[in-house]
Design a protein around this ligand. Sequence first.
Ligand code: BEZ
Length: 260
Amino acid sequence: MALRYDTPSLMRWNARAYDSSFGYVSAHGAPLIELLDPRPGERILDLGCGTGVLTADIAARGTTVMGMDGSAAMIEVAISQHPGLDFMVGEGANFGVSIPYDAVFSNAALHWMGRDPDSVIRCVRSALTPGGRFVAEMGGAGNCAALTSAMLTAWREYGLPEPELPWYFPSPAEYAVRLERCGFTVRLLEYFDRPTPLDECPNGAADWVRVFAGSLLEGVPPATVEPLLRRVNELAAPALRRESGWVADYVRLRFAAVLA
Ligand code: BEZ
């Protein structure tokens, strides 16, 4: 088992809470693995592997997989839950590999690497063999629009500075251009709504904010956090609360590209 510590992540995750409450993030990864079509003996890099659930599924296809994530907390959990697999801490916009991979796979992670998306794509390119595949799914333009709109309104109503949302949700056209400029041929690009039940979120949007936007709450006075999140729920409920429960307004961008 390999563990390497690179640049520390800016996002602090509660990895176990993420795993138990937001297992759907990995559960939705199965179709993406089918698109990746991992073949026995291939070397695959799982970029933004989180707690390693999909890394293990890819390894089970007879591949050699390396799981990489910017969060040391996620990698610690991945190592403890998947002994025998290889994981390392590394930043998507700043990593290199000594032996190239046949494919780079990434589920629900590239939208956390929006500060410099071209550097991420360049790192992926340099990690691949000629003809290597880059298969990924991320939030696309308009992802979580109702959730983020409720957040921005609530922050404003409480007189808080506008939060800088830490995600990157590109349009299909924008991301395709970035991939092509970097030498990839885009073979498949899908852009679709994927309403996502927040089954594990009894407190709806407020729970989602705590896990996925926890860093934004660090700047909020402690006494304001609860009423602020209650207000996020009030504002988001008309769009996202159904009789069956809360449903997040996810929009996905899924692609398969090959290195020319
Ligand atoms: C997503 O998977 O689309 C997502 C996750 C967390 C924050 C924002 C978006």
